[in-house]
Design a protein around this ligand. Structure first.
Ligand code: ZN
Ligand code: ZN
Length: 244
């Protein structure tokens, strides 16, 4: 299984990096972790036909993580129609927000059109859901006050990965990263005080306790990019392919 980093930037496009999007390529499945506004173009740039996409998994409903879905919808409506259902799974409110965003962006020009054939799934915190054979366990992480932000533990084809989504550092990462093949962890800041994103200094303190097989930091902001050559951990790059 391979993970293609389509976007490892933060909400601000720091360093000219794309917004959140990771394409997982398994032998018979192609699925996304998050779908930021730059995801469709990055997927095409990486040489994938968007019609091959089976599932989009969303960690939370911030624009840099789900704002790219309307572009997939117009692709499927006007450029390359799909013959099968697209599955979209995310925290409670996903279907409403995705449809609302699509209407805001294209509703008036496409009044007669519905969205392309899509099946929505709710990822309830602390529950496992199986979508097209992909097992997803989401757990709530500290990022938003009211709306639900999830970290996603995804299992498929005998491999397992943990994606933090956006979150401040939490002990839950120690527990859920244990034995996973890949832990993809956001690290927006180096030392700035924040209570809704990981700071590298907090991460570093916990690094010896992490028992994952591979670790990559992502969702990198300016502070992290300025220090990227001196840090002893793997940092994501757009276009990077990670073997899982
Ligand atoms: Zn974000
Ligand atoms: Zn966020």
């Amino acid at each position: 299984m391979k993970l293609h980093v389509l976007g490892c930037g933060d909400a601000f496009g720091s360093g000219g990096r794309n917004q959140s999007g990771y394409l997982v390529e398994a032998s018979d499945r192609l699925f996304l972790l998050d779908c930021g506004p730059t995801t469709l173009l990055a997927m095409k740039k990486a040489g994938f036909d968007p019609r091959r996409l089976d599932v989009i998994l969303l960690s939370h409903l911030h624009g840099d993580h789900f704002g790219g879905i309307p572009f997939f919808f117009i692709e499927y409506l006007y450029q390359k129609p799909r013959d099968n259902l697209l599955h979209i799974a995310g925290p409670p409110g996903t279907e409403e927000k995705v449809c609302e965003l699509f209407r805001l962006m294209y509703g008036h020009a496409t009044t007669a059109r519905e969205i392309p054939p899509t099946s929505f799934h709710i990822l309830h915190p602390e529950q496992s859901t199986i979508i097209e054979g992909i097992e997803v366990f989401g757990f709530r992480v500290p990022h938003q006050l009211q709306d639900v932000s999830l970290a996603l533990k995804v299992s498929y084809g005998g491999k397992q990965m943990l994606f933090s989504g956006d979150s401040a550092w939490t002990e839950l990462f120690i527990e859920h990263a244990r034995a996973v093949d890949l832990f993809l962890c956001e690290c927006s800041f180096y030392d700035s005080s924040t209570n809704n994103h990981v700071r590298y200094l907090d991460f570093q303190e916990n690094l010896p306790r992490l028992e994952c097989k591979k670790l990559v930091l992502t969702h990198l902001g300016e502070e992290m990019l300025a220090r990227r050559k001196e840090l002893p951990v793997m940092l994501a790059e757009d276009g990077m392919i990670i073997e899982i």
